[in-house]
Design a protein around this ligand. Structure first.
Ligand code: ATR
Length: 275
C-alpha cells in the first residue's frame, strides 16, 4: 500500500514513523512517504499524484483547505470543518475526510469514559482550524455544555453559529474562562501557545481548575507543556498532545487499509521518544 503526506515543509513529521508501525502491525507491505510540495508547484504536483498508485495520503499545513477543490467527494465532517487531513484514493477517485477532531475525541473517550456521560461541561481554548475539528467531533457526543474561549471572542461565536446543535454552547474571553474554570470537567487547549520554543507560555491561568478535571493539550512538543504541568500540580488529570497525533493517524490508516490497529502500544513508544 503506497501512502504519504503532502505539506510544506514536511521533513520533521512523525507520520512516517507512525504509519510504518501500522503497516508492520497489519502485515501489509507498503510505504509512507513524505511528499513535500512547494506552493508554486501545487497544481502540477497534485496532478502527478492523481496519476500515481497512491492508496491514500495525509494532508498537512498549508494544504488542508487547498486540497478540497481537487477531491471527488468529501465527508460531511471535513466539509463543515473546511479542512481535510486524510484522502482515500480508490478507483481513481479521491475522498477527503478529517480525522483530527475525531482522533482526539476517540483518545479521550478511551482514557476517560466517565467524561462522556451527558452531564459534563467542556471548555475549548482556541477557535482556529484545530478547534473547529474538535468542536465538530464533540457535538456528536453527550455533554451538558461546550464553551469556547478565544482571544478573539467573535471567532468563537462564529464557530458556534456555524454548528447549530442541541448542546448548550457559548463563546467567552480567556479572562471569563479563568473566572468560571471550576465549572468545567474537561478543558481542551487547541492553540499553538506553549509549543517549543515558547515553552513558558500558557494560554490561561488554572488557579480555579476543578479538582479532578481533565486538561488536554494538543501541543505535543514539549510533552509536558506549561499548561499540563500546571494542571497536574493543581490536582488535575492530564491528556498529552501525542494522543491526538496517534489517534488521527489510527483513524486514517483504518480508512486506507480496512484493518484495525492498536494505538496504545505506539502511544507509549512515542511518549518515550518525546520525553
Ligand atoms: P490552527 O489551524 O493551528 O488552529 P489558526 O486557525 O491560525 O491555527 O488558529 C490559531 C488559534 O490559536 C486561534 O484560536 C488563535 O486565536 P485568535 O483567533 O484570537 O487569533 C489562537 N492563538 C494563536 N496565538 C495565540 C496567542 N499568542 N495567544 C492566544 N491565542 C493565540
Amino acid at each position: 500500500m503506497e501512502l504519504g503526506l503532502i505539506g510544506y515543509p514536511v521533513q520533521h513529521s512523525k507520520s512516517p514513523w507512525i504509519h510504518q508501525h501500522f503497516l508492520s502491525e497489519t502485515n501489509l507491505t507498503g510505504n509512507y512517504q513524505l511528499i513535500e510540495i512547494h506552493p508554486d508547484q501545487f497544481d502540477e504536483e497534485i496532478m502527478k499524484l492523481k496519476a500515481s498508485d497512491l492508496s491514500g495520503f495525509n494532508v498537512t499545513i498549508p494544504y488542508k483547505e487547498k486540497i478540497i477543490p481537487y477531491l471527488d467527494e468529501i465527508s460531511p465532517a471535513a466539509q463543515k470543518i473546511g479542512a481535510v487531513n486524510t484522502v482515500v484514493c480508490r478507483n481513481n477517485r479521491w475522498y477527503g475526510d478529517n480525522t483530527d477532531g475525531r482522533g482526539l475525541v476517540t483518545a479521550l473517550k478511551e482514557q476517560f469514559p466517565e467524561l462522556f456521560t451527558g452531564d459534563k461541561s467542556v471548555l475549548i481554548l482556541g477557535a482556529g482550524g484545530a478547534s473547529r475539528g474538535i468542536y465538530y467531533a464533540l457535538l456528536n457526543e453527550e455533554f451538558e455544555e461546550i464553551v469556547i474561549a478565544n482571544r478573539t471572542v467573535i471567532r468563537a461565536q462564529a464557530l458556534i453559529d456555524a454548528n447549530p446543535s442541541g448542546i448548550s454552547s457559548a463563546a467567552i474571553s480567556f479572562s471569563e474562562a479563568e473566572a468560571k474554570l471550576n465549572q468545567f470537567d474537561l478543558v481542551i487547549q487547541t492553540t499553538s501557545v506553549g509549543m517549543t520554543p515558547h515553552i513558558e507560555e500558557q494560554v490561561i491561568d488554572l488557579s480555579r481548575l476543578k479538582p479532578g478535571a481533565v486538561v488536554s493539550d494538543i501541543v505535543y512538543q514539549p510533552f509536558w507543556t506549561k499548561l499540563l504541568r500546571d494542571a497536574k500540580a493543581r490536582g488535575g488529570r492530564v491528556h498529552h498532545g501525542h494522543e491526538m497525533l496517534i489517534y488521527q493517524a489510527k483513524l486514517a490508516f483504518e480508512m486506507w487499509s480496512g484493518k484495525q490497529v492498536n494505538a496504545k502500544l505506539l502511544k507509549d513508544k512515542l511518549k518515550h521518544d518525546l520525553l
